[in-house]
Design a protein around this ligand. Structure first.
Ligand code: NAD
Length: 457
């Protein structure tokens, strides 16, 4: 996109925002309803484009992308009048007889930069928060999911005023051009590396940022566990979307007492889900592009493969793979894997697993499988992560009632439901005094007023 056209779009959006049209909650509800209808009417098109980009199974496309966004919209429509009400605050003594309240105010123009792995959900779900909060938005989908990027552009062009919502397609060059402009809030989902670039660019305009980043999400498996249930949940969570999920368990830390037995149960579960040749399963996605495929293939030589390891460059297929005897120094254990390869490491005491986690950047999610409530508490207390999920994995993103976000290297800020509305709102504090009378205590000459002031404060 040429610079002039970004400027034109933004000028148009500033004028539209300045008209106060988006301040009206009726307008917001109407636009959210429209978005809901457009998605419902085009769900087949959305699923087709997700299949074209990464052979995403239709159920995964619906459950992991469309349904989550529809839930978000329904919830925002239901709650909007409550979220936009003034929140009355008790008047502090020095401010009497004023009344005080806070109010959510839209930022203005927001920029949403999205990644490719859930290219519909991770673009539109933040947009729901931005719309509910009364902003105008520029949305840039990921160039690595071109079919979805086209569909988003078409749907928004056909159904929304570009002075309200505009989709800018393109790659990093377009993102960089957008980042040069002054937005009022930036919401970025993607890698930690690009997150740093975004934050640096935002600092030039002092624009607030929300960073939804990635990293290695560990999964600890204690010996006091239901092996079959734990294996089934982990295999599902890891190989959903072929491991290309920001909150997928990146590696397993398994109590050495059960490691061999657990590997066997995991392997059986992979076969139960995808058959002995997962390349023939209609329920298994492909790697997004050749670059990521090659990166993932290079990890396969960094340990001993227990099951899987088969690849096909033509279809960018990598079988669900379990791997052990890995070195913490190798790229497999340094980089975020973001694919269907699951390293398995053993530990003797839980403290050892906790130290392993704490020696690395704070993850987006941390998983523990254990029946022992003392250990569940210990891990929660002694580690820090964006989210913590006990006896399950990945499912925490599916609730619009739970704020979702990272901490440290895995991000800052959160969204989903009310948290999404708050992320795209400025909390304005309002004080309103009366003109019926005027208390003279604060005015000069001060003389003997100090004692009274001391009492008041
Ligand atoms: P990415 O950081 O490469 O790209 C994300 C967006 O940034 C894209 O729109 C891209 O065009 C843009 N971009 C790329 N390079 C840029 C640059 N130099 N300057 C400005 N913009 C640039 O991420 P990705 O490969 O699309 O997604 C994978 C990553 O995203 C993983 O690390 C994953 O964990 C993370 N992720 C996080 C979440 C979350 O909710 N926390 C969700 C999904 C993915």
């Amino acid at each position: 996109m040429v610079k002039a056209s970004i400027r034109d779009v933004m000028d148009g959006q500033r004028a539209f925002f300045g008209s106060c049209a988006t301040r009206d909650t009726g307008f917001r509800v109407e636009q959210l309803r429209r978005l809901y209808r457009v998605i419902r009417e085009n769900d087949a098109l959305i699923m087709d484009s997700l299949h074209a980009d990464m052979a995403k199974p239709r159920l995964e496309a619906y459950a992991g992308e469309i349904a989550l966004v529809l839930n978000e919209i329904r919830y925002a429509i239901r709650k909007l009048s409550c979220w936009t009400k003034p929140a009355w605050v008790m008047t502090a003594r020095p401010l009497l007889p004023s009344v005080c309240y806070t109010l959510a105010e839209p930022y203005g123009l927001v920029l949403i930069l999205a990644p490719w792995n859930y290219p519909f959900q991770l673009a539109v779900s933040p947009l729901v928060g931005a719309m509910a909060a009364g902003n105008c938005a520029v949305l840039k989908p990921s160039e690595l999911a071109p079919a979805m990027s086209d569909v988003l552009q078409r749907l928004f062009e056909d159904h929304f005023d570009p002075h309200y919502i505009h989709v800018a397609t393109g790659g990093a060059d377009v993102a960089r051009e957008l980042l040069e402009e002054r937005f009022d809030s930036i919401f970025f989902t993607g890698s930690t590396r690009v997150g740093r670039i975004v934050m640096e660019a935002a600092s030039r305009h002092l624009t607030p940022v929300t960073l939804e980043l990635g990293g290695k999400s560990p999964c600890i498996v204690d010996s006091d566990v239901h092996l079959r249930y734990a294996a089934r949940r982990i295999v599902w969570a890891k190989f959903f979307n072929a491991g290309q999920t920001c909150v997928a368990p990146d590696y397993l830390l398994v109590d050495s007492a059960i490691k061999d037995e657990f590997v066997e149960v995991l392997s059986k579960q992979i076969i139960a889900f995808f058959g002995t040749d997962p390349s023939g399963s209609p329920d298994y996605a492909r790697i997004i592009n050749r670059l990521h495929y090659d990166r993932l293939c290079s990890y396969l030589s960094q340990g001993k493969i227990l099951i899987g390891g088969q690849t096909s460059p033509e279809t960018r297929y990598i079988a669900p793979t379990l791997i052990e005897d890995v070195s913490p120094q190798d790229p497999l254990m340094q980089d975020e894997i973001f694919g269907p390869i699951l390293p398995i490491l053993g530990y003797t005491h839980l403290e050892e697993a906790i130290s392993f986690v704490n020696a690395r950047p704070k993850p987006l999610s941390l998983y523990l499988f254990s029946r022992d409530t003392r250990k569940q508490e210990q891990v929660r207390l002694e580690t820090s992560s964006g989210g913590y999920c006990i006896n399950d994995a990945v499912v925490q993103v599916a609730s619009h009632l739970l704020p979702f976000g990272g901490v440290g290297d895995s991000g800052m800020g959160s969204y989903h439901g009310k948290a999404g509305f708050d992320t795209f709102s400025h909390t304005k504090s309002v004080v309103k005094n009366t003109l019926l009378f005027d208390i003279p205590l604060r005015y000069v000459p001060y003389r003997f007023k100090l004692r009274l002031v001391k009492w008041l404060f």
